[in-house]
Design a protein around this ligand. Structure first.
Ligand code: ARG
Length: 466
């Protein structure tokens, strides 16, 4: 007795009742998989209908089962259902309550089924629903960007490489870069939906079943395209969850880059945008401050979403076929990533919609840093027929001179420019102004306002069909 107590003190800790309590605590998933209740009940109703239709159970029992399951759905939604940790997970909680409600007929529901295919179908249904939610949210964000892009198709700002002003671009063009990124996220979501649109239900524990089930029927009833073709694969892979997490992580990374830009743009030093009060906070000690907390949190939460992807990849990488309890660890990653991503998308859509764009500050910055140097070089090539390398050299000397005189390139005198290359004429000033620089970049996908408007029209049309 005293021995048992001693060892229990060593590894038992707060688990007063010994190994059984520890086992229950490590084993139970009900605290989080209760989120699957609707999918679990949908799956069970579809399964019971199929069992009745194939004559495996009676129509009378099926009716009782379906009625009981619907009662449970109502109880859970009303908050009156009592979840029990002792009953481990959502599947057993529902089944135990069904037995209380309808008696022995409840025992027939689990014919030709296992919790292994049950949990696989539940989670698939949940992830598929979430993918549709993410697709809608992405469409909202893309629409917000299209509005801003149209409004600012001709607003010049500095374009950066290495975070150094490189060439002037338009803010509309910058917005459209995000339209492209989030549209690819949207297409990834759609692809993933296609692939996960298969039903594992009926794989039973792992090997299929000797009962004459109809897996096509249950797949169809659950809105899934067809049954999965291998029972071992059905219960053992979670690549649909990984794919969702990968999409979430990529999308979060896009959101995080945008968040970082918004944070930089809203500093007083940049002053390119002002966030609306609803998406910023004040400081408790420094009255002058307006902090971009929502953007910072989007950036911060990206770590969490990516962590969930890495976490589940690592859970899965060592798993021999087929099911192992390790896989119970899939759900919290998926649920938290989903909830986090939904929130990030909503916050970012709000920020993009509401932020005030300071076009004057953008324009000022666009002209700084000799940002039209490439335009000068291009002009020398186009007008004077200089080889690009030589034009690059001449331009470098012009920049050095501007630096020496502490003026912008377009403020150099014609004589100054001619002292560097005598062929330069006053026409060069037409490309040295930032507005003209962006206007000239009419190549497909370029920053010219005319091209930006073209791309806005293209995406508006495409989004309407998406
Ligand atoms: N709660 C379990 C899970 O999430 C359900 C499947 C249990 N299967 C089993 N063979 N113990 O994975």
């Amino acid at each position: 007795m005293s021995d048992k107590k001693a060892s229990n003190q060593m590894w038992g800790g707060r688990f007063a009742s010994g190994p059984a309590a520890i086992m229950e605590a490590i084993n139970a998933s009900i605290s989080f998989d209760r989120k699957l209740y609707a999918q679990d009940i949908r799956g069970s109703i579809a399964h019971s209908e199929m069992l009745a239709q194939t004559g495996i159970i009676s129509a009378a029992d099926q009716e009782k089962i379906a009625h009981g399951l619907n009662t449970i759905l109502t109880e859970i939604e009303a908050g009156t259902f009592e979840f029990s940790t002792r009953l481990e997970d959502i599947h057993m909680n529902v089944e135990a309550r069904l037995a209380e409600l309808i008696g022995p007929a409840a025992g027939r529901l689990h014919t030709a089924r296992s919790r292994n295919d049950q949990v696989a179908v539940d989670l698939r249904l949940w992830v598929k629903d979430e993918c549709f939610r993410v697709a809608e949210a992405l469409k909202g964000l893309i629409a917000a960007f299209l509005e801003r892009a149209e409004e600012h198709a001709a607003t010049v700002m500095p374009g950066f490489t290495h975070m150094q002003a490189a060439q002037p671009v338009t803010f509309g063009h910058h917005c459209m870069a995000y339209v492209e990124m989030f549209s690819r996220d949207l297409s990834r979501v759609r692809d993933a939906i296609e692939r996960m649109d298969e039903s594992p239900l009926g794989a039973a524990a792992l090997a299929g079943t000797s009962f004459p089930i109809d897996r096509h029927q249950t797949a169809k009833a659950l809105g899934l395209r067809e049954p999965m073709r291998n029972s071992l694969d059905s219960v053992s892979d979670r690549d649909f969850a990984l794919e969702f997490l990968a999409i979430a992580a990529i999308c979060a990374t896009h959101l995080s880059r945008l968040a970082e830009e918004i944070i930089i743009w809203s500093t007083p030093q940049f002053g390119f945008v002002r966030l609306s009060d609803s998406f910023s906070t004040g400081s408790s000690i420094m009255p002058q401050k307006k902090n971009p907390d929502a953007a910072e949190l989007v950036r911060g939460k990206t770590g969490r979403v990516t962590g969930h992807l890495v976490g589940l990849l690592i859970v899965m990488k060592g798993m021999p076929l087929t099911y192992g309890k390790d896989m119970q660890e899939d759900k919290e990653s998926v649920f938290d990533a989903a909830e986090t991503l939904d929130l990030m998308l909503a916050a970012m859509t709000g920020m993009v919609r509401d932020m005030t764009v300071n076009t004057a500050a953008m324009k000022r910055a666009a002209g700084a840093g000799y940002s039209t140097a490439t335009d000068l070089a291009d002009w020398l090539v186009r007008t004077l027929g200089l080889p690009f390398r030589e034009a690059h050299h001449v331009t470098g000397r012009a920049v050095a001179l501007a630096e020496e005189k502490k003026v912008r390139l377009d403020r150099l005198l014609l004589e100054d420019l001619q002292s560097i290359h005598p062929g330069i004429t006053a026409d060069v000033f037409s490309v040295l102004a930032v507005q003209n620089s962006v206007k000239s970049r009419t190549s497909f996908g370029g920053t010219a306002p005319s091209e930006v408007r073209k791309q806005v029209r293209y995406w508006k049309k495409r989004l309407a069909k998406a």
